[in-house]
Design a protein around this ligand. Structure first.
Ligand SMILES: CC(C)(COP(=O)(O)OP(=O)(O)OC[C@H]1O[C@@H](n2cnc3c(N)ncnc32)[C@H](O)[C@@H]1OP(=O)(O)O)[C@@H](O)C(=O)NCCC(=O)NCCS
Length: 199
């Protein structure tokens, strides 16, 4: 697990996960995710062929000020449960702002279907609204986040619904996916929660 004291903002603990800002050293684990066709097909990229590609992708994103993304690690107890059958990388997923105001998330196929994406996104959103309220950069004025997903991506739709997003619009045949051809896009939105005036 990464040293939390080096993180800004600090890492986020959930019942089963630990989230901290993704960094260049995560390239190998990111490659284990972004090399999988089942991950790439709904995210609009071609599966990466070697770790150099993941390194370049990370370097490009980390240089952008609106890239606010967290690596998802399993807490040790959870990791022990999952580690029995197969060796898992430390970083099992990514969640965050891909390009403001769009959120995104990807998980290693070895840990999908366990509710981790929902748990990670809920935690990320709480952090994001708090973080963006105190910064003076482009995040501060954001009062709404969005997510654009392939209309056939039912797992992703479920995650958004469970996190409180609502469907904003369906755009037919608006996106050419390198793996799927012309696809329909659903845009989902989530407004900033109202401040509790009593606190
Ligand atoms: C989308 C993704 C992050 C979801 O991760 P996850 O941890 O499996 O998600 P969760 O377990 O939190 O929730 C998934 C929900 O979708 C459901 N689901 C999964 N596959 C499904 C399918 N093919 N059809 C319908 N529902 C499906 C699950 O049953 C679960 O619902 P439930 O909680 O009511 O049982 C993961 O599948 C992934 O990384 N996919 C590839 C990358 C991707 O598509 N990213 C999103 C692009 S924006």
């Amino acid at each position: 697990m990464t040293d939390e004291s080096e993180q800004h903002p600090p890492g986020i603990h959930t019942p089963r996960l630990f989230l901290r800002r993704v960094c260049q050293d995560d390239a190998q684990d990111v490659f284990a995710i972004r090399s999988k066709p089942d991950v790439a097909k709904y995210c609009g990229f071609i599966p990466e062929k070697d770790v150099d590609e993941s390194e370049r992708w990370l370097a490009h994103n980390l240089a952008r000020p609106d890239y606010y993304t967290f690596a998802i690690e399993l807490q040790s107890e959870e990791r022990n449960k999952r580690h029995r059958d197969a060796a898992l990388p430390i970083v099992v997923g990514l969640v965050g702002i891909i390009r403001s105001p769009n959120v995104g998330y990807i998980l290693n196929p070895g840990v999908q279907g366990l509710g981790y994406a929902t748990e990670a996104l809920v935690a990320f959103l709480g952090n994001y609204w708090a973080y963006s309220a105190i910064t003076d950069d482009q995040h501060a004025s954001r009062n709404c986040l969005s997510a654009e997903i392939d209309a056939d991506n039912r797992a992703s739709r479920k995650v958004l619904e469970k996190c409180g997003f609502t469907l904003w619009e369906l755009r037919k045949h608006d996106y050419y996916s390198p793996m799927l051809g012309w696809t329909d896009t659903e845009e989902w939105r989530l407004p900033r929660p109202e401040q509790d005036s009593s606190s």
